[in-house]
Design a protein around this ligand. Sequence first.
Ligand code: ADP
Ligand code: ASP
Ligand code: MG
Length: 410
Amino acid sequence: MALIVQKFGGTSVGSVERIQNVANRVIAEIQQGNQVVVVVSAMGKTTDELVSLAKQISVSPSKREMDMLMATGEQMTISLLCMALKEKGYEAVSLTGWQAGIQTEAIHGNARIEHIQTERVQGLLNEGRIVVVAGFQGITADKEITTLGRGGSDTTAVALAAALQADKCDIYTDVTGVFTTDPRYVKTARKLQSISYDEMLELANLGAGVLHPRAVELAKNYHVSLEVRSSMELERGTIVEEEASMEQNLIVRGIAFEDNVSRVTVVGMEDQLHTLPTIFTTLAKHQINVDIIIQSIISSGEPSISFSVKTDDLQKTVDVLSQYADTLGYERIEHESGLAKVSIVGSGMVSNPGVAADMFEVLAGEKVEVKMVSTSEIKISTVVNQAEMVRAVEVLHQAFQLDAEMAGAK
Ligand code: ADP
Ligand code: ASP
Ligand code: MG
């Protein structure tokens, strides 16, 4: 008898009919003789609606109360799914994050799981019950409810699979697997049979919303066998594993992108040695996440530093830099929004030095201006105008032969 963790995302539980469908998918595993722990998200756009309700009441609601509010979304789904299972003749028990023993650090809105006390879930499984756990939430040592960051139900599922030493963790969603790029934007995107943890982690971190990055990190660290598949269709999904056994030699396996990127440039730093670290320490203290950094040391002109931030953080970034203008010592700040980040990812890049050049050439051929670049062993990210984002993804997708027509060609 295998232990399987099944996770169903928001769209998959978005209506009564969909919840019935999920119940059937759970029952199918039980009928195979397996034990099942189910993790569910809030129904459809419930979490967005809860956030919007809060914003109508307060421009900056307390993070504690936001967590209290957002955690209710998943609680609705667990009880409804258990009722559906019961109606179909199966014994299921719903548990909130804290009831399932999911302990997190004391950070509201983006807490990391520290530990899972599995006794209760294990006990219920031993009694032959199906256990349905609310995703995205946990509890601190001080008994405060926390959430794990948007998209965090994936992380709940993988963490439970690791803690319970489950045989497998299936992530059921609204696409049939992990594609070469987001299939909602690029029609020729192709489903991958498998992808390595490292490649998936890069894609997830670079904007491919199909998996929560921390879920992939956990799966890698605890060797959780992961499959991303459709809740509506029966076909097999994408296996996320140590080394992608298929298509191993692909230089580029996928393309990720994200919009709402802004570039900030600090021009005319008086004392570069001192200003450079101080800028980033100051931004970090104000919880501003800086992404790509480019420093230009111009011997004759003004030394400047450019970096990218999420557009949501742009105003705060400018305010903080202005507030500390005297201590930082610079001439002026320039900024530009309406940008996007487009990244190519593939483990084959390590041994192929010309990939960046190919990427720039393809973009130049399409007259897409590259405003910033950053690279690692298995990825190259470029910042481009947001208006050109999808076109850039499409031409790169074609140039690196990721299109559906090319399936099986490599
Ligand atoms: P869920 O609610 O099930 O967690 P998400 O919306 O979080 O679903 O993730 C699924 C979505 O991820 C898809 O609908 C798709 O638009 C998006 N996505 C982005 N990049 C990819 C990719 N490379 N492969 C598949 N889906 C992707
Ligand atoms: N309901 C949460 C969200 O919308 C968590 C999740 O769906 O994974 O972000
Ligand atoms: Mg998700």
